[in-house]
Write a protein that binds this ligand. Structure first.
Ligand SMILES: [Zn+2]
Length: 199
């Protein structure tokens, strides 16, 4: 038997009727077929309007270097050189997700909505979990002690996009510099060779 072929005589159905009919068919099919889950919710595309989190030009000393696989080591953020106690500014509005130690590292994370979170370490937060922040607010001051920092103090700045999974373990790490507004894009310094690296 062949399926009916739509013709000019096919009655026009109102969308609500079609939807109801489709739902009825779907309900009948569910009983006998493996249900194909809906496509994973795709988060909004990453924004490109973040402001730099440090005063002055962004000086990258260690770039973003994500691992090829989630369980491998890598550098899931960028290290930005700045003096001790430099104020750190919210790059966009949001809500403080967490401020406190994680595995001995003083960390701050901000939820910007649409699944985007940014993280800062090592920092002494001036905000608390649940606080609302707006772009440019001072949210922390930089501390020393980030592993691998080749200068006196580095801000490790991270960004991740929630996958929608419950654990967050499969979130996607992003290069936060890719989210910066054009006018806040970094210059690249060679911190051990002052004055070099601009050619
Ligand atoms: Zn780092």
């Amino acid at each position: 038997m062949s399926p009916p072929t739509p013709t000019a005589a096919t009655p026009r159905l109102r969308p609500s009727v079609i939807a109801t009919a489709a739902a009825t068919v779907a309900a009948a099919v569910v009983a006998t077929l493996v249900v194909v889950p809906p496509a994973t919710a795709v988060p909004d595309p990453p924004r490109r309007d973040l402001r730099r989190p440090l005063p002055g030009p962004v000086a990258v000393v260690t770039p973003f270097d994500p691992p090829a696989e989630r369980w491998l080591a890598g550098h899931r953020g960028v290290d930005l050189a700045a003096p001790l106690l430099t104020p750190i500014h919210a790059p966009a509005g949001g809500t403080v997700l967490f401020a406190g130690p994680v595995g001995g590292r003083p960390v701050l994370s901000i939820d910007h909505g649409s699944g985007l979170r940014t993280t800062y370490e090592p920092v002494r937060a001036t905000v608390r979990t649940g606080d609302g922040v707006t772009t440019g607010d001072v949210v922390a001051h930089l501390l020393t002690g980030h592993a691998g920092c080749p200068v006196d103090s580095c801000l490790h700045w991270g960004a991740r996009l929630a996958s929608g999974g419950p654990s967050g373990n499969d979130d996607d790490y992003l290069d936060p510099l890719s989210l910066l507004a054009v006018e806040d894009r970094p210059i690249r310094l060679k911190p051990t060779l002052p004055g070099d690296g601009f050619g």
